[in-house]
Design a protein around this ligand. Structure first.
Ligand SMILES: [Zn+2]
Length: 143
């Protein structure tokens, strides 16, 4: 029987796999003022398990906005689409940075719906990206 809360060992594996970089907003855990969250990509309440293939490394902001959502509305096509799944999709296929690396820009319906639903361009994220960029610490190198 799978538990809702991952074990310490599983948390550590999710964190290591993500190289300490949050898998939606690409913020770096080392610069986060809050502890990280282990996010269920498909919610536990929908019967999905607490296993590596259904877990993502996330900040509390993204985790809170994602909540139990698995879909979101694309602002361009107005269609309801699946949110980005970091276990099945590559971040660079769905998102990019704007010219000064402060904004995450959705390149696809999935990317745009995820930017909106998870609020990937929250003010605090923008300020942190701006400050880290000035010190050569953003964007993170993860690929
Ligand atoms: Zn985040």
């Amino acid at each position: 029987m799978s538990q809702r809360k991952p074990s310490e060992k599983l948390k550590s594996r999710v964190k290591d796999r993500a190289k300490n970089i949050f898998e939606y907003c690409k913020s770096q855990a080392v610069f986060s003022s809050q502890p990280f969250a282990i996010e269920h990509i498909i919610p536990f309440i929908e019967g999905r398990k607490t296993v590596l293939s259904n877990l993502a490394f996330a900040c509390h902001g993204c985790n809170g906005h994602k909540y139990t959502h698995t879909t979101g509305r694309d602002i361009v096509t107005r269609k309801e689409v699946s949110l980005f799944n970091p276990r099945k999709q590559h971040w660079n296929d769905h998102f990019t940075w704007n010219d000064d690396f402060t904004l995450i820009v959705g390149k696809t319906p999935i990317g745009r719906a995820t930017v909106e639903t998870l609020q990937l361009n929250r003010e605090g994220c923008l300020n942190l990206r701006r400050a880290l960029f000035a010190f050569g610490k953003h964007p993170p190198i993860d690929d």
